[in-house]
Write a protein that binds this ligand. Sequence first.
Ligand code: PNS
Length: 158
Amino acid sequence: MSKAIYPGSFDPVTYGHIDIIRRAAKIFDELTVSVLNNKVKTPLFSVDERVKMLQEVCKDIPNVKIDSFSGLLADYASECGTDVIIRGLRAITDFEYELQMAQTNHKIAEHVDTVFLTTSLEYAYLSSTTVKEVASFGKDVTQFVPPCVAEKIYEKYR
Ligand code: PNS
């Protein structure tokens, strides 16, 4: 059975992430979408909230599981018995950081490789950061995130 992990902050999940999830879930038998529990960053949503939003928006994709992890991604992949990490590439500006991360992960755990999916053109500009900024000024964000996620963002800025 082919397995992959799609890790990220998902603070919050956007249509860009969902596009990658749906496409990766067609390629692999089992896809685990995993939220990083990062003690350094101050996210808008707790890990638990981010996991719940991902569960809601992925509930119609049967081979997708939602999880969270802390520590090194390469160690987490080894613990899961998974050799493949999925990452989305939006633009050339993502490339340097992603290349560094992929190579570091491969150095830490030689069995781990990163597979990049290029973000669909319609979502190439989209990021969780910009969605939060737009919402913080009271604007509608339903073209960027599913309605259930938009509601949760509005609650934070109310
Ligand atoms: O959605 P993001 O914030 O771009 O995701 C980044 C993520 C979670 C994939 C990355 O920060 C990560 O894997 N962090 C775990 C720590 C780690 O393994 N660092 C070494 C690789 S450079």
